[in-house]
Design a protein around this ligand. Structure first.
Ligand SMILES: Nc1ncnc2c1ncn2[C@@H]1O[C@H](COP(=O)(O)OP(=O)(O)OP(=O)(O)O)[C@@H](O)[C@H]1O
Length: 254
């Protein structure tokens, strides 16, 4: 597998606190790579740095062979590095289909081409419909986005991110606030992105992480202490000592 994203010696400081501490990480094309770690380990900070929402103090972020460390967020999105939400927000009073169509238009539109639509309206809605099907909302395209259940809204956010045609999707706790049934629907959806789209996911639901991930990296105090397959991480003594311990044995009994 080839490296799609490489983080080299990445650092982020908040005053005297080093939240990302000389961090190295590789995400391969087409893999689902999960980052787990205790509260305050630096997971959200890291996702912000990769997406471009937060500037890094030092180190390099290389995406698809290009150094994007100083590249603004919208250009990272155009290059195929997208984050689930915060790319396009849901318009609650628009239908599911219209939300997706707008996201398609946002991707294909360009300020240099404002005098004519970048894609025909028909093509735009066809793509929006295909995206709705892909994220399991094919039966709800006419409903208002604001009326969707919580889990379905997360599915729509995923659809909006897919409208950017990412090569790497950053997912920050996609199952947060979901009930068991909603999580169970989300897992195959994320798995279905592979191998076309690589996924870097932060998720507290250990059961979901250990089911889905090809590889897991464990983040403690801003440093990756281990990277490996779910089985390797499950058996890693340093990981058990530093973080997972009994919690992992209870939740992810092999
Ligand atoms: N804007 C900020 N200013 C100062 N310190 C911050 C800021 N954001 C985060 N921190 C600190 O940086 C460290 C890493 O925080 P971060 O939110 O990235 O961790 P996390 O692993 O995502 O935590 P959680 O699992 O609880 O969401 C923590 O000690 C946190 O208190």
């Amino acid at each position: 597998m080839s490296a799609l994203l490489e983080l080299q010696g990445l650092v982020k400081r908040y005053g005297g606190l080093t939240a990302t501490d000389n961090l190295n990480l590789t995400v391969n094309a087409g893999e689902i790579h999960a980052i787990i770690g205790p509260n305050g380990a630096g997971k959200t900070t890291l996702i912000h740095q990769i997406s471009g929402a937060l500037a890094s103090d030092s180190g390099r972020i290389v995406f698809a062979g290009t150094d994007v460390t100083r590249v603004p967020m919208h250009l990272r999105v155009q290059a195929g590095l997208a984050r689930s939400y915060q790319i396009t927000n849901i318009f609650p009073r628009f239908s599911v289909l219209d939300n997706l169509a707008l996201a398609v238009q946002a991707r294909s539109g360009s300020s240099m081409r404002f005098w004519r639509p970048a894609v025909s309206e028909r093509a735009m809605f066809e793509e929006a419909r295909a995206l709705a099907d892909r994220v399991g909302l094919g039966g709800q395209v006419d409903g208002l986005a604001g009326n969707l259940a919580h889990g379905a809204q997360r599915q729509l956010e995923l659809g909006l991110a897919l409208a950017t045609r990412p090569r790497l999707l950053l997912l920050d706790e996609p199952m947060a606030g979901m009930g068991h049934e909603e999580s169970v629907e989300m897992i195959p959806l994320i798995e279905s992105l592979r191998p076309e789209i690589a996924v870097l996911i932060i998720e507290h639901d250990m059961d979901a992480v250990f089911r889905m991930a090809d590889r897991i990296s464990v983040l403690v105090s801003g440093r990756i202490i281990a990277t490996g397959t779910p089985d390797q991480i499950r058996c890693n003594l340093e990981v058990k000592k530093a973080y997972l311990g009994d919690e992992l044995e209870d939740e992810v009994a092999a």
